[in-house]
Design a protein. Structure first.
Lengths: 237, 201
């Protein structure tokens, strides 16, 4: 627990706090901009289904991109040259596995807090401006999908950071995600399906954002990437 | 007597050999120094001893614990000096009942007791350097490894630092200091490892 607190203190430095505050404000701005708050009440009531659907679709799409980028940044930077420099005073006393696991837990806690905030913000703004807004299980499940996808890119970001030891790998990871997103959005071809095995994303189906291979695939891939990131952490100097 | 044995150690980065066939024994009976120009492999040797990099050859630490004070280190910004030292100390298995006394002792010793409740980001470079030294002295270890410890210290703090080294030595701890300024250490019993190392010493 103490080591988790220590990691958290290191992770919440000035830059990361600014990034997090920016994200929190952005989530509010995002929700405002897609809920159309200044349209007159009559027309809002008449088009309530379309407004609600648009609110959900747009908010989820933006959330997906923001969470993936944030995850790549947070996990990548934490295992970068500066972000992990303090390991040297810890791992001479405590074993590296314990250090790695506690650091992952600290990152996961911060990331989960931000993801939950996006979900709560979605409902709060929804309840304030749309009288007909309700909490739907289907929407929460979609949030969980996005959360898992983002975590996977976070783990991938650690692997690439450990392999290349450069902050540019964060951009590379984001690039891989965007490429996968664009290819899948253009057409669900064999290539897109192949890419999605290793670089998963969601696509817009009839009932909103959907995964190509389901949650189990995300969990297995996430655990594989986590193990790989652990292996690169131990092996790479 | 504690011993650290380095036997036939070679370290290469890609094709460049940094340390070649180095062999030496460091003991707790003497103060041990790594000296040499920049880029001669002192820091690499420290990383080898800490187990941070792979190498060819052998380093026999006899399962001894190491406490390390790097020359520079990024410290967490939004935590007070006291909380940081306490958190780090407890993380490194410092005895809970003594920790407050130890923190106060070292803060007083290095003349930064007034900064006890200050956030670390408000401190000067020299004060941060002192915190790095304090966290090392507070560690329950057998080997104490210091990288350029006198760098950011004023005259008074240097004296306190040297006194603390003497205290560790009396407790039979193995002390290794990596430095450019050997003349600052007025100890009689010294083992000096001169870098670059090529072969036995």
């Amino acid at each position: 627990m103490r080591l988790i607190t220590l990691h958290r203190k290191y992770l919440l430095n000035k830059i990361n706090i600014i990034v997090i505050i920016f994200l929190l404000l952005m989530a509010i701005f995002l929700a405002f901009s897609v809920i159309e708050p200044f349209t007159d009440q009559y027309s809002r009531w008449t088009n309530r289904l379309a407004i609600e659907e648009n609110y959900e679709q747009s908010y989820l799409t933006f959330t997906k991109i923001i969470l993936v980028i944030f995850s790549c940044y947070l996990f990548g930077i934490a295992f970068g040259k500066n972000g992990d420099s303090y390991a040297i005073i810890i791992t001479c006393t405590i074993n590296k596995t314990k250090y790695f696991i506690t650091k992952i837990i600290s990152l996961w806690l911060i990331f989960t807090f931000i993801s939950l905030y996006f979900l709560v913000n979605y409902h709060i703004i929804g309840f304030i401006f749309n009288d007909w807004h309700i909490i739907k299980m289907a929407t929460i499940k979609k949030f969980v999908d996005l959360y898992l996808v983002s975590l996977i890119y976070g783990f991938l970001s650690i692997i690439l950071m450990r392999l290349f030891n450069s902050p540019y790998t964060i951009i590379l990871t984001i690039g891989l995600y965007l490429a996968s997103e664009i290819i899948l959005e253009a057409s669900p071809s064999m290539l897109a399906k192949g890419i999605n095995i290793f670089f998963p994303t969601t696509y817009n189906a009839k009932d909103g954002l959907t995964l190509l291979y389901g949650k189990l695939h995300l969990i297995v891939l996430g655990l594989s990437y986590l193990l790989l990131s652990y292996a690169t952490y131990l092996k790479k100097e | 007597m504690l011993q650290l044995i380095v036997d036939n150690l070679t370290k290469k980065y890609k094709n460049k050999t940094i340390i070649q066939n180095a062999s030496f024994i460091l003991t707790s009976e003497k103060y041990n120094f790594f000296i040499g120009e920049n880029g001669t492999g002192k820091s690499t040797m420290i990383k080898c001893i800490l187990g941070e990099v792979k190498y060819e050859g052998l380093i026999d630490k006899n399962n001894l614990n190491i406490a390390y004070a790097p020359e520079q280190l990024i410290l967490p910004e939004y935590i007070t000096v006291y909380n940081f030292l306490k958190l780090l100390g407890l993380t490194k298995n410092h005895q809970k009942q003594n920790i407050d006394d130890d923190i106060n002792y070292y803060l007083k010793c290095f003349d930064i007791l007034e900064y006890r409740n200050r956030l670390i980001h408000q401190l000067s470079k020299g004060t941060k350097q002192k915190i790095l030294l304090i966290q090392t002295f507070m560690s329950e270890a057998d080997i104490y490894l210091f990288d350029e410890p006198l760098g950011g210290l004023d005259e008074e703090s240097r004296k306190h630092f040297l006194n603390e080294l003497r205290r560790l030595k009396r407790k039979n701890k193995l002390i290794i200091i990596c430095t450019h300024y050997l003349e600052e250490y007025h100890f009689k019993a010294k083992t000096i490892i001169n870098f670059p190392i090529r072969g036995n010493i």
